[in-house]
Design a protein around this ligand. Structure first.
Ligand code: FES
Length: 493
């Protein structure tokens, strides 16, 4: 009987991205059954995964380390491992499953024993060498075969231990999957996984994150003021912001499928940090209140304003998975009062009104094609958001960032590009210098580096952002390459 795992869980077990396994399934290298993978096939495809004793503990450490990186602070460490009651609930849930499997096993043994006895009894009245005798001998032989439980059972043990540390959520109807680690609520885990689940206050007050538990167990981790009626409770409704998952669960929940489904919001945020990278370029970090976060999709814009200064739209440079921390890359521009305010007067903790989101330069999640990101100067801001979001979603097998810049030696966040390339095997980074005096013809010549790197460019989806002139040059260049228009997504500054 096949023992099936979801693609997310299988990828986690063998330590590759979900996109890699999905590609192997598409290429026919790894068989799948209704979107799931048999553990035997997985072991055959990844024989090199050695399951030495400490592998499980290493994996657990990785989970905690990853969560720590996101939480950015040792004092939060104790919040990241599941608390005792969550651990106890997960162990109880797995014990129930173990008891059910043992019971089923016992039942199967009884059936086999009864079949053996019956065959023996019938054989006594049958002719020697009859089909009955052959069947009994075959059954005896099969039962006497040693069971090869070496690799496979260790993989199952690893999976069981990981289930204690993190439960998997399968969302309906989208089919999205993610893991709930530590003491995270289902909502926090979904946002960290880059999913646009419906929510409002994050605090149990508004009811906008109400979702229906179809199967599995959830546990309340925060008392909430919003009242779920008894009738709704009996149908399985819970608040995603106030519950965690105890076992693997299936949840019917509303997600924003497109930019139109996210409402316009107005939020008062505070300046958390201001980095003036040069005399003309600043990175503004804003932090929203815990109970009033900005819902947006990667690549979108928001309008910023402060007292006495007209609102102005900027691209959000951060990932929606970190929705309380918003980042903007702002150039000093004569005649733009908000930009001048950033360079001349902005203070930490200052209140900034954020209204948004706007724009439709967002990641198309219905394709797993490799991605090319092309940024011209500060067109990097929405590209950064898209890259971080794509990395969080983990569905594309490969991506490459080309950053055309006019700085003398390197782009203003060069180290980030290099860090991504160092950290992810499936990510490449190419900074390309174009002098400030470069003509559009010069830029077109620089773009030809991309088609030299990838002669079969139409295998990719391309996301690009820059000035109107740069994007127009890119369009001309790609038209000449007969690049499919439906795989090109552009945004101008
Ligand atoms: S987001 Fe408001 S109750 Fe959950």
């Amino acid at each position: 009987m096949p023992r099936l795992l979801t693609v997310s869980r299988a990828a986690r077990l063998v330590g590759v991205s979900r996109g890699t396994l999905q590609q192997q399934i598409q290429d026919g290298v790894l068989p799948s059954f209704e979107g799931q993978v048999d553990i035997d096939d997985l072991t055959r495809a990844y024989p090199q995964v050695q399951l030495e004793d400490n592998a499980v503990m290493e994996k657990i450490e990785n989970i905690i380390d990853n969560a720590l990186k996101r939480a950015r602070g040792d004092k939060l460490r104790k919040l990241l491992a599941p608390d005792l009651s969550t651990l106890a609930a997960r162990v109880a849930s797995l014990s129930k499953e173990l008891a059910r499997i043992k019971h089923q096993n016992q039942w199967l043994n009884d059936v086999i024993k009864q079949t053996q006895d019956k065959l023996l009894e019938l054989e006594k009245t049958a002719k020697p060498g009859s089909a009955l005798a052959t069947l009994r001998i075959q059954l005896d032989d099969a039962l006497n075969q040693p069971v090869d439980d070496s690799d496979v059972d260790e993989l199952m043990i690893r999976d069981t231990v990981l289930r204690v540390m993190a439960a998997q959520v399968h969302l309906m109807p989208s089919g999205h999957e993610f893991f709930v680690e530590g003491n995270n609520s289902i909502l926090e885990a979904a946002l960290s996984a880059g999913l646009a689940l419906n929510y409002g206050c994050s605090n149990g007050n508004c009811g906008k994150c109400k979702a229906k538990l179809i199967s599995g167990e959830a546990k309340i981790i925060r008392q909430h003021d919003y009242v779920i009626s008894e009738a709704e409770k009996s149908q399985g409704y819970i608040l995603a912001c106030s519950n965690t998952a105890i076992s693997d669960i299936v949840l019917q929940a509303e997600e924003a499928g497109s930019e139109e489904e996210i409402p316009l919001q107005k939020i008062s945020a505070r300046v958390k940090k201001l980095d003036k990278l040069t005399d003309n370029l600043a990175v503004v970090h804003l932090r929203t209140p815990r109970t009033d976060r900005l819902r947006f999709l990667a690549g979108q814009r928001a309008t910023l304003s402060t007292v006495g200064i007209d609102p102005v739209e900027y691209h959000i440079a951060s990932c929606p998975c970190d929705d309380r921390n918003l980042q903007f890359h702002i150039c000093r521009q004569q005649g733009k009062p908000f930009a001048e305010h950033v360079f001349d007067q902005m203070q930490n903790s200052e209140s900034i009104m954020v209204e948004g989101p706007q724009g439709n330069f967002v990641l198309r999640e219905d394709t797993t094609r490799p991605l090319l990101f092309i940024a011209f100067n500060t067109g990097f801001a929405p590209i950064k958001s898209l890259i971080e979001h794509a990395m969080t979603l983990d569905v594309n097998e490969f991506s490459h960032l080309y950053w055309f810049h006019q700085n003398d030696n390197k782009p203003y966040m060069h180290n980030l590009g290099r860090a991504w390339a160092d950290a992810f095997d499936n990510f490449r980074y190419s900074p390309l210098h174009i002098p400030a005096t470069a003509t559009q013809k010069d830029i077109a010549t620089s773009l030809s580096k991309i088609s030299k790197d990838y002669p079969e460019l139409d295998n990719f989806d391309i996301y690009a952002c820059g000035s109107t002139a740069s994007i127009s040059t890119l369009n001309d260049f790609l038209n000449k390459q007969k690049f499919p228009a439906e795989q090109l997504f552009t945004e101008t500054l």
